[in-house]
Ligand binder design. Structure first.
Ligand SMILES: Cc1cc2nc3c(=O)[nH]c(=O)nc-3n(C[C@H](O)[C@H](O)[C@H](O)COP(=O)(O)OP(=O)(O)OC[C@H]3O[C@@H](n4cnc5c(N)ncnc54)[C@H](O)[C@@H]3O)c2cc1C
Length: 404
């Protein structure tokens, strides 16, 4: 073998947490990222609800203590009815106090996570960080992998390593070069995200709210500022024109229909995106491995994409470390695929599809039944705990452990 290091493509939350975990366990990493120091923080806002099991992992690599002061600790979340803003059910992560050291979520956006994780990666002697470097292709053989990159000077360069991990996100070149199907579907409607500096708590909302409505379901989340911001998601019709949808008066009108205050909201940002439900048919071919959005993408309802990706990173880091220490054969990577594909399909994808259906249900009888069911679940401590174990992905980790 010419090199024992791991090449990680992409300094998103998955590539960074994977690199930090490997490096802290004594493995050398070359981390390749297309963005440069001067534009790294200019990324579209997304993600930010960090579930308890993820917080344990972030704590393990020294990231939690950096993020907690920049985020909001949120033990509660609500299901609410839009029409009369009635509370349907309140779930309290306190029911998980015997299951985790973190019986709450941390509302802390992806951009803050990658900023803090990048600083840790820069400081770690086992990580060679290659910013402003574009990964373009790779080859693999029995002894290792070679990644082709374009470096900041615009020159083509080869990087050798033992394994290559794609943390490139949904458009993974590695996945495409391997010809791996990204199986699933794309929702026809797009999601409109509006960021508003306004304290919704005075209307009874909590930090995370999932809002039922047969015509225009929505989510409402609180993020730490300054200024503190709330992110409201709405579905939009597939044929609606983007410019018309995001005109200031159209955004204000939509927000007034959601919560009539009679005064313009202070809108601090907006974006419109397509939502996909896709899982790669394989997570590994030889020495090339997919993790995070490169391997699976899902609807953000339930806040699971980044969390699932970080769980992939930890699972994979342990296995790659064991292989390099010669404590395991590389067939453990097939177990990585079995475990994490199962989670992506049976937990992350299944739950986020269910979550959207629940919020958007049109049949009044089914809506009533769903509301009653949620209310009963939240009121019964045993059932509430079981529900929270699933929604916070703890159950997915426990189930994956049982997969040989
Ligand atoms: C609106 C929205 C809200 C969301 N909310 C949540 C949430 O609350 N909780 C949650 O768990 N998930 C959420 N998600 C999903 C979450 O953002 C993603 O799952 C997560 O960012 C995936 O992380 P990643 O590291 O796999 O990929 P990415 O975050 O996409 O990072 C990929 C990195 O690779 C780099 N890269 C790509 N190609 C190359 C190349 N060729 N060469 C070098 N570098 C390259 C990119 O520049 C980037 O830095 C949300 C998504 C959206 C759109």
């Amino acid at each position: 073998m010419t090199s024992n290091r791991i090449i990680v493509i992409g300094a998103g939350p998955v590539g960074l947490t994977l690199s930090l975990k490997l490096a802290q366990d004594g493995v050398e990493v070359c981390l390749v990222e297309a963005l440069a120091d001067d534009n790294f923080l200019e990324q579209v806002p997304r993600a930010g609800t960090n579930h308890p099991a993820t917080l344990e992992m972030l704590d393990h690599i020294g990231l939690y203590e950096k993020l907690e002061p920049r985020g909001i600790i949120a033990p509660l979340f609500h299901y609410r009815e839009r029409a009369d803003n009635a509370l349907i059910a309140e779930f309290d992560h306190g029911h998980l106090k015997d299951d985790t050291r973190f019986p709450y979520v941390l509302q802390c956006e992806r951009i803050k996570i990658v900023e803090e994780a990048l600083a840790l990666a820069k400081a770690h002697p086992n990580i060679e960080l290659r910013l402003a470097t574009n990964f373009t292709s790779f080859t693999q053989g029995p002894d290792g992998v070679t990644a082709q990159v374009t470096n900041p000077a615009g020159e083509d360069e080869s990087i050798r390593g033992a394994y290559l991990v794609s943390g490139e996100g949904a458009r993974s070149i590695v996945r495409k070069e391997l010809g791996i199907e990204f199986e699933g579907f794309t929702y026809p409607d797009r999601t409109l995200n509006i960021e508003v500096a306004y304290d919704f708590r005075k209307h009874g909302y909590t930090e995370r709210n999932y809002i039922f409505d047969p015509d225009e379901w929505s989510n409402l989340f609180h993020w730490k500022g300054p200024p503190d911001r709330w992110r409201v998601h709405f579905p939009t019709a597939p044929d609606e024109d983007e410019a018309a949808l995001t005109r200031p008066d159209a955004l204000q009108a939509r927000l007034q229909r959601f919560l009539p205050t009679g005064k313009d909201f202070d809108i601090v940002g907006t974006n419109l995106y397509l939502v996909h439900q896709r899982v790669a048919q394989k997570f590994r071919v030889g020495r090339a491995i997919l993790a995070g959005d490169a391997a699976h993408v899902n609807s953000p309802i339930g806040a699971m994409g980044m969390n699932t990706g970080i769980h992939d990173a930890f699972n994979l880091a342990e296995k790659l470390t064991a292989i390099l220490r010669k404590e395991a054969g590389d067939d453990v990577l097939d177990r990585y695929e079995r475990q994490r594909r199962h989670v992506a399909l049976q937990h992350t994808q299944a739950q986020t599809i269910r979550n959207k259906r629940l919020l958007a249900e049109k049949d009044p009888a089914v809506r009533r039944k769903n509301r009653d069911e949620l209310r009963r679940t939240a009121e019964d401590p045993k059932r509430a705990r079981a529900f929270l174990l699933r929604s916070s992905l703890i159950e997915s980790l426990r189930e994956a452990e049982q997969i040989a």
